[in-house]
Design a binder for this molecule. Structure first.
Ligand SMILES: Nc1ncnc2c1ncn2[C@@H]1O[C@H](COP(=O)(O)OP(=O)(O)OP(=O)(O)O)[C@@H](O)[C@H]1O
Length: 232
């Protein structure tokens, strides 16, 4: 495996009396594309939220680039999420009142970029994703697949180290979903971005270098580790 970029060590997460993660350990190599699969309720989203610093595990630790991110301040975690991590969800994350280009510039502007500079980068990425001509349109004027490409552009515009994707094609038909995955894998490969994708969909999991299956808050299998890039 390439050098580890993310590591969960014996993490546990409970929601009241319900265990969502139980003594879960996992290492993800830099540049790997890892799919997390398993039945509904097995803890996939909770794992993604703990690894991305959205949730703090009740026990155990998460390391990003060999640095503990579990016991750091909320401000540090939130800066990390803004600069080093990108997130892509099933739907609903792009702002309906804003145009595509405005949506994509948001993370850059939060990081202090001027709109004009951010818009140049956003437009370039929208062009690469085949939706450059929709830059001035609002989400309501786009198909689901086009909206998800805009969301993907927004997740990647800061060139994050890790992209966390939770059912990124779950709201799309299979053709549109496949197109989004092709673009996601292509852009991640170009930038060496590590990807963790939670999915129920075997076709989506097939894009990964490695598939991890969970059951009852624990790892069921951890598939063969491949050197990033070889399996794509
Ligand atoms: N906010 C919450 N409050 C209470 N229980 C929760 C909460 N979020 C998740 N759970 C419970 O924790 C367990 C793991 O949930 P999680 O959403 O991580 O699973 P999942 O594998 O992602 O499920 P799905 O595939 O259905 O999205 C489940 O039993 C779920 O009901």
């Amino acid at each position: 495996m390439n050098d580890p970029i993310l590591e969960a060590k014996n993490i546990e997460k409970w929601y009241g009396p319900t265990p969502a993660l139980r003594d879960m350990s996992l290492v993800i190599g830099r540049g790997e594309i890892v799919a997390v699969t398993g039945p509904s309720g097995c803890g996939k989203s909770t794992l993604l939220h703990c690894l991305s610093g959205i949730l703090r595990p009740d026990q155990g630790s998460v390391q990003f680039q060999q640095r503990d991110i579990t016991n750091v301040s909320e401000a540090t975690r939130s800066r990390l999420r803004r600069t080093a991590f990108g997130v892509l969800f099933q739907f609903g994350q792009i702002v309906p009142e804003l145009t595509a280009v405005e949506n994509v510039t948001l993370p850059l502007q939060l990081g202090g970029s001027r709109f004009r500079d951010a818009a140049v980068r956003a437009q370039r990425l929208l062009d690469r994703l085949g939706v450059g001509d929709l830059a001035g349109k609002r989400p309501g004027e786009m198909s689901g697949g086009q909206q998800q490409r805009v969301a993907l552009a927004r997740a990647l515009v800061t060139e994050p180290e890790v992209l966390f994707a939770d059912e990124p094609t779950g709201a799309l038909d299979s053709l549109a979903g496949e197109q989004v995955m092709v673009e996601l894998v292509r852009l991640a490969g170009d930038h060496g971005t590590t990807v963790l994708v939670v999915t129920h969909n075997v076709q989506v999991a097939a894009y990964a270098d490695r598939e991890i299956t969970m059951r009852d808050g624990q790892l069921e299998t951890a598939g063969q580790v491949t050197v990033a890039g070889e399996a794509r």
